[in-house]
Design a protein around this ligand. Structure first.
Ligand SMILES: N[C@@H](CCC(=O)N[C@@H](CS)C(=O)NCC(=O)O)C(=O)O
Length: 341
């Protein structure tokens, strides 16, 4: 009965290198011939992917595609972005409409197998949470029995909500919506008592869509693991490698202290790792089938992982998310670049 009140008071707005040269694969060839990458992104979650006031796509997911373009073409701008809803995204990748999906997508067993897709590596570790209006006085997700909960269609979010309810004997009334704008508007209009999503997206929604961010609170429970990252099609290994190692280069650059500002000075470094990453010692570019300057171009044009994080979702962004799980492994987080050697 508490929730009749809740609905009423909810306010507005949600060692050795093999000598073999890299072989071309179907997507890598097609992308090279086209001269740009077609990158499937979220239609608009601030910090992850959203067009800015000049129509330029910005975000940590956008940077994955920019990095791949910098590696392949020496130009991070050679990307065409296609905004996709959660429900559209996998078909767009399966059908070949896009080359890579970089859209706050959780890697799960079924997506990585029966959908015919390959999850590359996480570029953001997340977990699902709930947001409610502060004036409801709700302090925990456990108090949401009987609550209406806005949730996006075709997401892990929908499944986790059902699992969490069943495991904790909480009966939620899900309000399932396809488009993010509608989901957010429905929540802020007061039709849902709570909105559930990946916590980072709740933070983005609160920072950018709420009339007054302080009127909303993200509850403490994190009910799932959401390793978010890019995906490509099965059977497309060379393309998979390019996107994967572009992301690894951003992580390795952070670990070795290579930034957009110092990358030119770093060309003179004596550290063998830095020399290999930046192509001063040759071989890595050849193995990937791109220029030896591939990682130099990524860092110069996109930045290292930490720079991308800070600019898009961290300290230098409206979201101000902590690094948390997304700190480097050397700083207590899970981000662990593989060796470039
Ligand atoms: N990480 C989850 C959820 C991803 C997701 O789509 N979340 C919604 C909730 S805000 C979203 O981003 N919607 C934006 C849209 O559909 O444009 C998944 O891969 O299923």
């Amino acid at each position: 009965m508490k929730y009749r009140h809740l609905a009423a008071v909810l306010g507005a707005a949600c060692g050795t290198l093999a000598a073999l040269p890299a072989l071309a694969g179907p997507t890598l060839d097609a992308v090279k011939a086209r001269g740009e990458i077609v990158c499937g992104v979220n239609t608009g979650v601030a910090g992850f992917s959203a067009p800015d006031s000049r129509g330029e796509w910005k975000g940590i997911d956008v940077d994955v595609c920019r990095a791949a373009a910098a590696a392949l073409f020496g130009d991070a701008k050679k990307v065409k972005y296609v905004g996709l809803t959660a429900a559209q995204r996998f078909t767009a990748l399966q059908s070949g409409e896009i080359d890579v999906l970089s859209r706050n997508t959780t890697g799960t067993l079924s997506r990585d197998t029966s959908l015919g897709l390959n999850f590359i590596a996480p570029n953001f570790y997340d977990g699902q949470g709930f947001i409610v209006a502060k004036k409801l006085g709700v302090k925990s997700a456990k108090e949401l029995n009987g609550a209406t909960v806005c949730v996006q269609q075709g997401t892990t979010t929908e499944l986790n909500l059902a699992d969490y309810g069943r495991a904790n004997k909480i009966s939620f009334k899900p309000v399932v919506i396809e488009k993010v704008e509608e989901t957010v508007a429905t929540f802020f209009s007061g039709r849902c008592d709570a909105f559930t999503s990946d916590t980072s997206q709740l933070a983005a929604t609160r920072a950018t869509a709420a009339t007054n961010a302080d009127d909303y609170v993200i509850l403490p429970e994190v009910i799932s693991k959401e390793p978010l990252g890019p995906m490509v099609r099965h059977g497309d290994d060379q393309w998979f490698d390019l996107v994967k190692w572009s992301l690894m280069a951003m992580l390795e650059a952070e670990e070795y202290g290579i930034t957009t500002a110092n990358v030119d000075d770093m060309l003179k470094s004596n550290d063998p790792n830095v020399k290999r990453i930046l192509g001063v010692t040759e071989g890595m570019g050849k193995a990937l089938g791109v220029s030896e300057k591939w990682a130099y171009n990524i860092v110069k044009q996109v930045g290292n992982y930490g720079e991308s994080f800070d600019r898009n979702v961290g300290a230098n962004s409206p979201l101000k998310l902590e690094r948390g799980l997304n700190a480097l492994w050397t700083k207590g987080g899970l981000m662990y670049g593989w060796p470039i050697r």
